[in-house]
Design a protein around this ligand. Structure first.
Ligand code: AMP
Ligand code: TRP
Length: 333
């Protein structure tokens, strides 16, 4: 049987290589399999958990759609829509927030990281964000959720919420318990400036990430400046595990070329980093530049992008409003 795929990406700008290798590349493969039903959501309600400039947000919503399509997602074979337009998401999030427990949310490490030292100043939305994510997934009876490694804990919470709802209201199997699809390798791409830190949209240094809209010179320059260590390229996985920056760069190379880590190591072991970096830049340019050019082209066709969202929203709303009706019945509304 085919899978019901659901995933979301926040329209917060600067979509980068981590988003691509950790998530979007996987979306494309799943979407290419005609047995699967795929829904890709631009999660604009999640984006406002931190302050957003409304004008920039509108552009970023379009840019996220453009990135999906430029990366190879076929809008004819999937539903692409933005979350805020389908009101069932907000509604289900409220209902599920009465099912989820404070203790469960208190364990979420992403909130702790994002809220930083002054938790009192974080929005309530930032805290309850994983409940909205659960609503997204559960409204569509999703069976599989492709995400990067950082979303693993949120998916476990989603499964707990679904289970608890089914138990509390004695509606076994009402919410499907979704499976995470997290790649075994390369599911966490690190910053080019610090091998201990995740590559992130919000890093102040643009040199820390390869943006999917970067041009050739930017890519080459960022790889040239990427942090390494003074030793030659490692020969074994054990050695690699002790060298965070080398591991990240070789991981990126392997993921882009579909080689195993072992094969990539064999190719470069003992050589110096500059030779490896030239090769890495080349594969990055070959992969990213066509995507970057296509994003820029699509952004000049905003009517086309808006039309895709409008059609996607109609289809998503059709599915989600049926589910929310059933939820109302179960709740006694
Ligand atoms: P976000 O931009 O936070 O909405 O993330 C969109 C998708 O990209 C999610 O599935 C994340 O898990 C994934 N992602 C974000 N950053 C990285 C990273 N550095 N490495 C791997 N996957 C990532
Ligand atoms: N929280 C996810 C992130 O920041 C985005 C997201 C929202 C999501 N809703 C989702 C991912 C549903 C998968 C399924 O990356």
């Amino acid at each position: 049987m085919g899978k019901k795929i659901f995933s979301g990406v926040q329209p917060t700008g600067n979509l980068h290589l981590g988003n691509y290798l950790g998530a979007i590349k996987n979306f494309v493969e799943l979407n290419n399999d005609d047995n699967n039903d795929c829904i890709f959501c631009v999660v604009d309600l999640h984006a406002i958990t931190i302050n957003q400039d409304p004008k920039k947000l509108r552009n970023n919503i379009r840019e996220t759609v453009a990135t999906f399509i430029a990366s190879g997602i076929d809008p004819k074979k999937s539903i692409i829509f933005n979350q805020s337009r389908v009101s069932a998401h907000s509604e289900a999030a409220w209902i599920l927030s009465c099912v989820a427990r404070m203790g469960w949310l208190n364990r979420m490490t992403q909130f702790k990281e994002k809220a930083g030292k002054d938790k009192e100043k974080a929005s309530i939305g930032l805290y309850s964000y994983p409940v909205l994510m659960a609503a997204d997934i559960l409204l569509y009876d999703s069976t599989h959720v492709p995400v990067g490694d950082d979303q693993k804990q949120h998916l476990e919470l989603c499964r707990d919420i679904a289970q608890r709802f089914n138990n509390d209201f004695k509606v076994e199997d009402f919410f499907n318990i979704p499976e995470p699809l997290i790649q075994k390798q390369f599911s966490r791409i690190m910053s080019l400036k610090d091998g201990q830190k995740k590559m992130s949209k919000s890093d102040l240094s643009d040199l820390s990430r390869i943006n999917l809209t970067d041009d050739k010179d930017q890519i080459i320059n960022k790889i040239k400046k990427a942090k390494t260590d003074p030793m030659p390229m490692p020969a074994t996985i054990d050695e690699l595990d002790k060298r965070a920056e080398a591991k990240n760069l070789i991981g990126i190379y392997s993921s882009l070329t579909n080689l195993t880590l072992e094969k990539s190591l064999k190719k470069f072991s003992g050589k110096n980093f500059s030779e490896f970096k030239e090769n890495l830049s080349q594969v990055l340019v070959d992969k990213i530049i066509p995507i970057s050019l296509e994003i820029k082209k699509l952004l000049s066709e905003s009517n086309y992008l808006d039309q895709i969202l409008l059609e996607g929203c109609k289809k998503a709303d059709h599915i989600a409003s049926k589910k929310i009706k059933k939820i109302h019945e179960i709740m006694g509304f």
